[in-house]
Design a protein around this ligand. Structure first.
Ligand SMILES: NC(=O)c1ccc[n+]([C@@H]2O[C@H](COP(=O)([O-])OP(=O)(O)OC[C@H]3O[C@@H](n4cnc5c(N)ncnc54)[C@H](OP(=O)(O)O)[C@@H]3O)[C@@H](O)[C@H]2O)c1
Length: 249
């Protein structure tokens, strides 16, 4: 539990990958809970038209490709009032370390899920420090707590996000910045289309994140599967490794 607790009401947030899935649900929930402004990051800002017509005064469409340094720099030059940074953008290509094109897939996962998150956080850190109390929300995955061979390459990058989150938390402890790691299980978005497991809704993930922000929670397990994995990870990490090893696709 962090001593920094922060409600989205009256706050300014930036969400990467806000045009669909979990990112869109987070942007909507923040606005519904009274956020002053949400910078909605998207690679193609036209995909934000629906959201913009719903929240014309408080939603700011922001061109953001986390693999493109110039778009990150430009976003940070524009959004100087951000207090909550949501590192949500991510990609998933199925496959393990010996699948066809495994090395190319690993690079794509690294570029978006790891480097993208790190570069965006770097670009915004002085802004967050200045505007504290603040929060960085990193969307990892249950697959970051144990490797699933059917998405082995993706899992490894989500484990990196988990470690980065821990490191950021330690480093930023004196700065009144809540660093939250979110570890969802299967959520009903485009990313999980091909995954044949029971899925929770992106809206539920968003609402749990808001509650966690208010309570200063650092590790967030939003859905039934992630709650189970979270408990297993805290008590017996090897049991998670063994359970996930069965997910071979
Ligand atoms: N769905 C799940 O079961 C699940 C479970 C655990 C964790 N997660 C994590 O939750 C986050 C959101 O996933 P989701 O389920 O909402 O997936 P999604 O529906 O596929 O959405 C992914 C989002 O990331 C954006 N994105 C991809 N590459 C980007 C880049 N280079 N720069 C900026 N934005 C980029 C996409 O933008 P475009 O529309 O331009 O492609 C889209 O907005 C991801 O980090 C994912 O790993 C998801």
């Amino acid at each position: 539990m962090s001593t920094t607790k922060i409600s989205p009401e009256g706050k300014v947030a930036l969400v990467s990958g806000a045009n669909r899935g979990i990112g869109k649900a987070i942007a909507i929930s923040f606005l519904e809970k009274g956020a002053k402004k949400v910078y909605a990051g998207a690679r193609d800002v036209a995909t934000l038209d629906g959201l913009l017509s719903r929240y014309p005064d408080r939603l700011v469409p922001t061109h953001l490709d986390v693999t493109d340094d110039s778009s990150i720099v430009k976003a940070a030059e524009t959004a100087r009032d951000v207090q909550i940074l949501v590192n949500n953008a991510g990609v998933l290509q199925p496959g393990g370390f010996f699948s066809k094109d495994a090395l190319d897939a690993f690079k794509i996962h690294l570029d978006v899920n790891v480097w993208g998150l790190l570069k965006l956080s770097h670009a915004f850190i002085e802004i967050l420090k200045k505007n504290h109390p603040a929060a960085i929300i990193n969307i990892s995955s249950v697959a970051g707590l144990g490797n699933m061979p059917m998405i082995g390459s993706y899992s490894a990058t989500k484990a990196a996000v988990h470690s980065i989150t821990q490191g950021m938390r330690g480093e930023l402890a004196p700065d009144n910045i809540l660093v939250m790691g979110v570890y969802p299980g299967p959520i009903d978005t485009d990313m999980a289309k091909g995954i044949d497991l029971e899925k929770d809704s992106p809206e539920n993930v968003a609402s749990i994140i808001i509650q966690a922000l208010k309570e200063g929670e650092e590790d967030v397990f939003p859905d039934p599967m992630s709650k189970q994995v979270g408990t297993g990870y805290m008590t017996n990490p090897k049991s998670i490794e063994k359970m996930f090893a069965e997910y071979r696709g």
